[in-house]
Every structure is written in C-alpha cells, then in structure tokens.
Design a protein around this ligand. Structure first.
Ligand code: CP
Length: 311
C-alpha cells in the first residue's frame, strides 16, 4: 500500500509500483469512453502547485482529476502572493487550510515537495523537483514498457543523455531496477554522475556498447535552460555522438522501443523521423500519463481523512 505522499520512486516497494500500475491499467479504459468521467473523486479537491513550467505533467494531472470528477485548482505562481514575498511554506500552509485532498507540487529545487509534505495535512505528490525525482514520469514509463513488452523483469533498458541533471533518469533508474530490469546509462563522461554504478546500473560512453541488445532505449532531453553549455563541445557534436537515429538503433534489439519524456529537442536527442514514428512510443507515454495520474490521485486523494493526515 503506497504511503501518504508520493515523493519519489526510491521510497516505494516493488509491490507499491505494481499496485499503481495495475490501478492505472484499469483507468485507461475510461479515456476510451465517449464520456470520459467517473464519480470516484466527486467532492474531492486537488491543487496543482507548479512553480516551474510544465505542459505534460500539469495538464495530465488536471485532466486526470477532472476525469475522476474531482475539483481541480491550478495555482498560478505569477498572480499569487508569492509575488508579495510570501514564502513557499506559508503559501502551502494557506492552501492546506482550505482543506484540499491532494497537492501536486513541481519546483526547480530538489526537496521542496518533501518540505511541503512535512507541514501539510493533505497528501503531496511530487511532480518533479530539481534534479532529484519525477516519480509519476517514471511510473508512466514503467506502464508503457509493461504494456509494450508484456513484462519488465529481465529487460535491458538504456537511458541516454544528461544523467547528472535528470530527475527522470534518477526515478527511472530506481523504478526499472526495482521491477527487475537491467539498467544502463550512457552519455558524455561529464553527464554521468561519478560512482553512478553504486545505484546498480552499468555506465557507458560508447553508444554501440550501451545499446547492444537493449529492449528499451530512453533518450533524455538536453536541458539547455539549466546548462552552462560546458558539458559537451557543441549541440551538433552531441547529436552526432549520442543522438538516437535509425542508424544507431541498429545496435539495439530488432523490436526495441524508443522513449523520451518530452519535450524533445528534435534533431538533438532524437532524429526528426524517430520523434514521430515507431518504434518511438512518445505519444503513448503522454497518453498513459493521464491514466497513471488518475491512479495516483485515486490511491492518495481517495482515502478517508482521519485526524488530519489521510489513512
Ligand atoms: N515530462 C515532463 O515532465 O514534461 P513537462 O515538463 O511538460 O511536464
């Protein structure tokens, strides 16, 4: 049974992940109905508290809440009292006093969702914090691989790119390892954390070796807005050495799938052709994100509240 908050995959047991994936698989069918709404969270309130830009995560949490009939409030940081220097914790306490049933938090600083969870009664869901974790992204990636391959146990998953700065990489490393996959990471040496093998992964700077026999190839976004540009000589050189194209994909298994959390820098991490066509499953990841977030909201916001924290 997953705990009160969802702050990271590192905190979850394999059985927790399985519970969330199975709940998400049930939620998928609701998205295929002409009327995409069930009364599961009627009367519940969900607050989206995004201090950092987002398209996929924020929108899919909003759609997920609405498909479950919850009232969803999108907190706007630019028009809030944050602009009058109110602190994040005071903002969170203020919102909590309005008795939401779940608060979804994204922030550029690692650890902010945990700090907020420590002072809130409502369950807190981490929607991405700095370079720490992005648990719902990893869960939707696990759901996508599980449904594409019929299993996760025994698969080889290669994650390519800026592993150092990627919360997606970190959450996926924890998730795929807990679910029994072999996890490899690849990129320029400057983008591989020192001692990353201690997490249980294999690290490569050669794409041929990293992709050899891979079932899943996951490219990460080069975070141009966070980097000083000093981690590799040029975008062009990165694209030529670590970009995924049909040519480099030949090293992987014939039926390998290609994943990307988005947004994609086309022609950098992925060739234009692969960004749009199989074996890329990028839009399946996005679609699964709604069902996965419905499952998380159902499991956390759907509980009865007893003396403050949910039970
Ligand atoms: N994958 C992801 O987190 O995308 P957004 O930044 O658009 O939410």
């Amino acid at each position: 049974m997953i705990a009160t908050d969802l702050l990271g995959i590192e905190d979850l047991e394999r059985s927790d992940i399985e519970q969330i994936l199975e709940a998400a698989a049930h939620m998928q069918e609701i998205g295929d109905r002409p009327v995409k709404k069930v009364p599961t969270l009627r009367g519940r309130t969900i607050v989206n508290l995004f201090f950092e830009p987002s398209t996929r995560t924020r929108t899919s949490f909003e759609i997920a809440g609405k498909r479950l009939s919850a009232d969803v409030v999108n907190f706007s940081t630019s028009s809030s009292s944050l602009s009058k220097a109110e602190s994040i914790l005071d903002t969170a306490r203020t919102l909590d006093a309005m008795q939401p049933d779940a608060v979804v938090v994204r922030h550029r600083v690692a650890g902010v969702p945990k700090r907020i969870a420590d002072v809130l009664d409502a369950p807190v869901i981490n929607a991405g914090d700095g370079a720490h974790e992005h648990p719902t992204q990893a869960l939707l990636d696990l759901l996508t691989v599980w449904q594409e391959k019929g299993r996760i146990d025994g698969l080889t998953v290669t994650i390519i790119g800026d592993i150092v700065h990627s919360r997606v990489a970190r959450s996926n490393i924890y998730g795929f390892l807990k679910m029994g996959a072999e996890v490899r990471v690849a990129g320029p040496p400057t983008m591989l954390p020192v001692g990353v093998q201690a997490l249980g992964v294999k690290a490569f700077t050669s794409m041929r070796e990293a992709l050899d026999g891979a079932d899943v190839v996951m490219a990460l976004r080069i975070q141009l807005e966070r980097l000083s540009g000093s981690l590799f000589p040029s975008i062009r050189e990165y694209a030529e050495t670590f970009g995924i194209s049909r040519r480099t994909l030949r090293y992987a298994k014939d039926d390998a799938i290609v994943m990307h959390p988005g947004p994609v820098n086309r022609g950098v991490e992925l060739s234009h052709d692969l960004a749009d066509h199989r074996p890329s499953v990028i839009l399946d990841q996005v679609r699964n994100g709604v069902a996965l977030r419905m499952a998380v909201l159902y499991l956390l916001a759907g509980r009865e509240r007893v003396a403050g924290r949910t039970e």
